[in-house]
Write a protein that binds this ligand. Structure first.
Ligand code: 13P
Ligand code: SF4
Length: 358
């Protein structure tokens, strides 16, 4: 209660400055509750990137991690996209770099390259189409069945859509260290406590976790499920911040995280003070060099069109286009076989940076 009262002046200042600057505040579903509460729009990666592109506001404060703000900057280069905390980054997005992807493409010259939105602009620029957890299956369905797919960087999301679609998918060895913390035993324990409660997990979870769940949904999919469910209790297997929004919007349903350990340290770096600072200083501005942006935008726009906004998606082989095929391959490096099967590498969380506002 006291803490809420102490936030009030900050919240007012943010609101005032936001109006003065005619800015729009976007927050991902995993952001701290206090940040979600000052945002104009809270959503999943797909919703937020669409909203950023469609918004009339010229200034967008993106409370999330770097690739999300960067995706907004890719889609809307004429806008000023601000990331309040420069160090807020997604470790999984850093598990693929453009040079390594170019090498992999040379090994699979005929593959359609699909990148999860959790990638850098440089990696998106190397891809044919982007996807999010909300539309990965839908995106895969548009690819001609005979074509091989190279899926970057999330091996768990990739293996989930491989199972759902039966497509030939080459996986990259990336993974989310936060979702990898969720284990089958967490689900089993909560199920025993709440018999009959539906279990929702994010498709970034390990396959053995997804296998135990009733549904694998994007964060936006969980929001929609929660609005429609008649279940009194729902078990949530994703980053802990998700339950803030679910509880706020559905006070009659009890949402129980399957574990309290799934906290993305990067998503938690942004505090109210940072949002205010970002609006005051107009920092940190996220930009993408134009030659990369144009190519990355093609992959993102391709996805947006498939998800029902824009042109009809290309569905024939020739429309997927050919990419230059290089000569060298790097045999011994098959990502599909290097899935981490133990606890996540915390060192990869990348959250140990000090926050720098000055
Ligand atoms: P969503 O696209 O479901 O919001 O997920 C983004 C993300 O980073 C999950 O870890
Ligand atoms: Fe990246 Fe995982 Fe954090 Fe999402 S939850 S931003 S995938 S590290």
């Amino acid at each position: 209660m006291e803490r809420e009262a102490s936030r009030e002046p900050l919240v007012e200042q943010i609101g005032q400055l936001k109006r003065d600057r005619q800015a729009l505040i976007l927050a991902h579903n995993y952001q701290l509750g206090e940040v979600q509460d000052v945002a104009d729009i809270v959503g999943d990666s797909l919703e937020l990137s669409r909203k950023a592109a469609a918004a009339e506001a010229k200034i967008i404060v993106f409370c999330g991690v770097h690739f999300m703000a960067e995706t907004a900057a890719i889609l809307a280069p004429e806008k000023t996209v601000l990331l309040p905390v420069r160090e807020a980054d997604c470790p999984m997005a850093r598990m693929a770099d453009a040079e390594a992807l170019r090498r992999k493409k040379r090994e699979h010259p005929d593959a359609v390259v699909v990148c999860y939105v959790n990638t850098t602009a440089e990696v998106k620029a190397e891809c044919d189409i982007c996807c999010t957890s909300a539309n990965a299956e839908q995106v895969l369905q548009t690819i001609p069945p005979e074509r091989e797919v190279l899926f970057v960087p999330d091996q768990y999301l990739g293996s989930y859509v491989r199972e759902r679609t039966g497509r030939r998918i080459v996986l990259w060895p990336g993974y989310c260290s936060t979702h990898a913390r969720i284990q089958p035993r967490h689900i089993e324990a909560q199920r025993a406590r709440h018999p009959g409660a539906p279990v929702l997990v994010h498709p970034e979870c390990r396959p053995e976790v997804i296998a135990l769940a009733d549904a694998a949904l994007s964060t936006g999919g969980m929001v929609r499920f929660a609005r429609e469910t008649e279940a009194p209790v729902v078990l949530i297997g994703t980053e802990l911040g998700m339950v803030h929004r679910l509880r706020r919007e559905n006070p009659d349903v009890e949402f129980v995280p399957v574990t309290e350990q799934a906290i993305c340290p990067n998503m938690k770096l942004t505090e109210l003070q940072d949002v205010l600072w970002s609006l005051e200083r107009m920092q940190h501005r996220i930009t993408v060099p134009e030659q990369i942006r144009v190519r990355a935008a093609a992959a993102v726009q391709h996805m947006v069109s498939i998800a029902g906004q824009g042109d009809r998606p290309p569905t024939t082989d020739t429309e997927w286009g050919g990419r230059p095929t290089g000569a060298t391959v790097n045999p011994g490096d098959d990502p599909a076989t290097s899935a981490p099967d133990n606890a996540p590498a915390d060192a990869a969380s990348g959250a140990a940076h000090a926050k720098e506002r000055a």
